[in-house]
Design a protein around this ligand. Structure first.
Ligand code: AMP
Length: 402
């Protein structure tokens, strides 16, 4: 069942959201995840339905175990309820516990147009364990289940996956945010127009190996930048100075290059690098071929030749997937390469390519360069999107799609 086609009039929708927002001293410092869920909530209310919201926040049980001075109250969603009331411009009823009698009564008494937020699901270990009884109790609060928490779709938790078993096929669906994430991800990984260019960067090959292997089956070109590129250069016999390198992954890097060749996938490594004598924004810098980095120097960004090389490949793309920065973009001295590639992705998008930026730091990068609205889709689901790119089935998706 599609969320947009469902008329929620008279229905109580149990909506799993990701309100795991940063809170400092009771103040929400970034409400992106909350505003992202508003269209889903508003549509249900506008139809004449009511909304029971549930979310996790932080890792209360694990953190309290490490720091006994903390209490569950330090992990409360109460500040989120107050902020949501401001965003929605209406009262948000709050239940102090997600499976108490109070929660059940408040859910039962909910009238069309009203919103109830349950306390942090992770007060209970049953949530992360995917406990069926816990899920059943939560399920009893609503007659339709809506999952709008793509960020936790890779977890088989009670509220994200197991709960769906309690609802008939026509009564469980993705919310608008999750629908957007899933359709962007599917478009890239299962329905891409060629050339399909994947840009993979970041620190470690070991973190990205599964993604690259999966992309060998799908992409036309794979651009490899960031710290992980130097393991490939060393594997090919290059001199990389003191650049980041995973010596235990050299064989793996060679094997990947071989596999790509056998499959006809073009791997692009950065021809040159901005090198530094220190991992610091104050370091002395120069430029060098990426396989001829002098002793005592490290590659911290891609340089001019690589920018031209990568931009050309990106410019010809019809589908672009970007995960991971091209250099240490957090430091101004080493942000140029990542910014240039972000601009190339934006230009290709303007020319009709579909571009998806997903997974952690590349999202931070496009936002830093204020280019988020010039790419086709920026994913909010870091870990979940990474697992999707790795070709894994996500429990939160499977629970609804079957
Ligand atoms: P990841 O989380 O694996 O995508 O890695 C992102 C991190 O990799 C960012 O914090 C970057 O600063 C870092 N990074 C990118 N390029 C390099 C590099 N050449 N050397 C060291 N760190 C890098």
């Amino acid at each position: 069942m599609s969320f947009s086609n469902f008329n929620f009039k008279g229905f109580k929708a149990l909506v799993r959201v990701d309100f795991n927002v940063p809170i400092k001293k009771g103040v929400i410092t970034d409400d992106t995840r909350m505003t992202a869920a508003l269209p889903t909530i508003k549509k249900i209310l506008a139809d004449g339905g009511s909304v029971v919201l549930m979310s996790h926040w932080g890792r209360p049980l694990k953190d309290i175990e490490k720091k006994p001075e903390l209490t569950l109250a330090d992990f409360s969603l109460k500040p989120v309820a107050a902020h949501l009331a401001t965003l929605l411009g209406q009262e948000v009823i709050f239940a102090d516990d997600c499976i108490s009698e109070d929660a059940a009564q408040k859910a039962a008494a909910l009238q069309p147009g009203q919103v109830l937020l349950l306390e942090n699901l992770r007060y209970y270990k049953q949530e992360e364990k995917g406990d069926a009884e816990f899920a059943k109790k939560l399920a009893s609060y609503g007659d339709v289940y809506v999952n709008d928490a793509f960020g936790t779709a890779h977890r088989a938790h009670a509220s994200t996956a197991v709960i769906a078993d309690n609802f008939a096929a026509g009564k469980k669906m993705f919310g608008l945010l999750m629908e957007g994430e899933v359709s962007a991800a599917e478009k890239v990984m299962h329905n891409s127009q060629k050339p399909f260019v994947a840009i993979i960067g970041g620190a470690k090959v070991s973190d990205k190996i599964l993604i690259i292997e999966n992309l060998l089956e799908k992409a036309t070109d794979i651009i490899i930048g960031g710290g992980m590129a130097y393991t490939f250069f060393k594997a090919m016999g290059g001199q990389i100075g003191k650049s980041l390198c995973e010596d235990d992954r050299l064989q793996m890097a060679s094997d990947l290059l071989e596999k790509a060749k056998a499959k006809g996938v073009c791997i692009h490594l950065p021809g040159d690098s901005i090198i530094a004598d220190n991992f610091s924004n104050e370091a002395n810098t120069s430029s060098a071929l990426s396989n001829e980095i002098p002793e005592g120097w490290m590659g911290l960004d891609i340089s001019g030749m690589a920018v031209d090389q990568f931009s050309k490949v990106v410019g010809a793309a019809k589908t672009i997937l970007w995960n991971g920065p091209m250099g240490v973009f957090e430091m101004d001295k080493f942000q140029h390469g990542t910014k240039s590639i972000a601009l190339a992705v934006a230009a290709a998008t303007k020319n009709g390519a579909f571009s998806l930026v997903g997974g952690g730091d590349s999202v931070a990068a496009v936002n830093k360069f204020k280019l988020g609205d010039q790419v086709s889709y920026v994913s909010t689901g870091g870990g979940a999107m990474l697992e999707y790119f790795e070709g894994k089935s996500l429990p939160g998706i499977a629970a609804i799609k079957g």
